[in-house]
Design a protein around this ligand. Structure first.
Ligand SMILES: Nc1nc2c(c(=O)[nH]1)N[C@H]1C(S)=C(S)[C@@H](COP(=O)(O)OP(=O)(O)OC[C@H]3O[C@@H](n4cnc5c(N)ncnc54)[C@H](O)[C@@H]3O)O[C@H]1N2
Ligand code: MOO
Length: 392
């Protein structure tokens, strides 16, 4: 059994070459650029008025003659003489030889003559050509994770497709004779299957769209064949259940027989002790413990950094961690490190009731996991604890 920190360091060292693809910009929120994007234009492409008012060619008086009008989108240029100006609106092209824009609130107009009140400075309220970015400069660099603002920025530069690291295709294999799909009548000895939809939901949160689901009974040959197929057809395989030591837990044996390289098996942690991580050719494989809270916690702590890597993220792998003060004393039983379902407020964090690996009722309202290292058994109220923030 290895420590949490050893498992995380194995995860951070695993190598993977993400695939790249050119895709429409639409739908790329959360994806990572696999190559620099250079701007093909100056932005702004022309001198833009930042306000509604008057574009003027300054002279030594405060009265100006208005000789025309430029609206946003108009291509027109006016050649102004000193003391002349045009009516102008936000976003419109400032005439080439205008050297200031005065907001209309500072102006009194009478017919085509305006009188300007207050100080007027050269180049005020004019956005210079290329002041945001110049043609040929890098707009967004390789490795940037696209956000709504990033997508907006690129759209504004006329970009409509980008090269990104493609999200992996992921298999979810659910094992267990006791499982029946929600919607059917519950029979004696059975439970409703919940891990696959839970895993699908967190995968979707991680921007994974290609999800292939497989179901197997606790039977060796079909477990092995299903895992074989999943490995062939997916970049990442998540297996739920059957990874412990019972007579009907066949996942470990099947993985070995399929010549899967074991990167680790069993971590000194609660929940999620019998977590397996390995590689078979190019496919990475997690066998997640079947207990619903164990499988989800293992996803948050170990699968997320691997998925981030598979999607091209290089640094800051894993969920955000912060320190918060504990609302109550906490006593840890046993010598495994623990990830506790918790709820945060501004400064503090409350460890929730119902920490069993089989229970989800508290997880359903949790927004964080509190990490208690293996060598710590008691933490006093108000002490700072490492708090892992769950994706919302
Ligand atoms: N003798 C030992 N027994 C167990 C050990 C051990 O060290 N020695 N470890 C325990 C720990 S810790 C865990 S965690 C579990 C993990 O077992 P498996 O990964 O083999 O999972 P299963 O036995 O298949 O299932 C465990 C539990 O979860 C329920 N389950 C499974 N799949 C689903 C699903 N898709 N949806 C909802 N619920 C599911 C299943 O019915 C069981 O109740 O092993 C302990 N045993
Ligand atoms: O690791 Mo198990 O998840 O403690 O129940």
């Amino acid at each position: 059994m290895i420590s949490v920190s050893k498992a995380l360091s194995i995860i951070s060292e695993v190598s993977y070459t993400p695939k790249v693809k050119t895709v429409p910009l639409k739908g790329t929120n959360g994806l990572v650029l696999s190559k620099n994007i250079d701007s093909s234009i100056h932005m702004p492409p022309f001198r833009q008025s930042a306000m509604d008012g008057y574009a003027l060619l300054l002279h030594d008086k405060n009265t100006y003659q208005i000789i025309g009008e430029v609206k946003a989108g108009d291509p027109d240029d006016y050649s102004l003489l000193p003391g002349q100006g045009v009516r102008i609106f936000t976003g419109a092209r400032v005439p080439n030889n205008a050297n200031t824009v005065v907001i209309q609130e500072k102006v009194i107009r009478s017919e085509d003559i305006i009188t300007v009140h207050g100080e007027v400075n050269k180049n005020q309220n004019i956005r210079a050509i290329g002041e945001q970015i110049k043609k040929g400069d890098i707009a967004l660099a390789k490795g940037t994770k696209l956000s709504p603002a990033g997508i907006g920025f690129l759209s504004g530069l006329g970009v409509n497709e980008v090269q990104v690291f493609t999200p992996p295709s992921v298999a979810i294999i659910t094992t267990g004779n006791e499982l029946i799909p929600p919607g059917q009548k519950l029979q004696e000895g059975k439970i409703y299957e919940s891990n696959s939809l839970q895993l699908q939901s967190v995968l979707e949160q991680s921007k994974i769209k290609k999800i292939n689901k497989y179901i197997v009974q606790d039977e060796y040959e079909s477990t092995k064949e299903t895992i074989r197929q999943a490995i062939i057809n997916n970049d990442l395989v998540l297996i739920s259940g059957g990874i412990s030591v019972g007579d009907y837990d066949f996942v470990k044996e099947a993985l070995s027989e399929l010549r899967t390289e074991e990167l680790f098996y069993k971590i000194k942690q609660k929940p999620g002790k019998p977590l397996f991580f390995g590689r078979n050719n190019k496919t990475l494989i997690f066998a997640l413990p079947g207990n619903p809270a164990s499988s989800l916690t293992c996803y948050y702590i170990y699968v997320i950094p691997v998925i981030q890597k598979m999607m091209g993220t290089i640094t800051s792998l894993g969920l955000k961690r912060t320190m918060k003060s504990l609302t109550e004393d906490f006593v840890k039983k046993g010598d495994r490190a623990q990830f506790l379902k918790a709820k945060t407020s501004e400064e503090s964090v409350e460890v929730l009731e119902g920490q069993s690996s089989a229970m989800l009722y508290s997880y359903a309202v949790a927004d964080a996991l509190v990490f208690i290292p293996e060598n710590i058994n008691q933490i006093d109220k108000n002490s700072l604890v490492e708090t892992i923030l769950l994706p919302q």
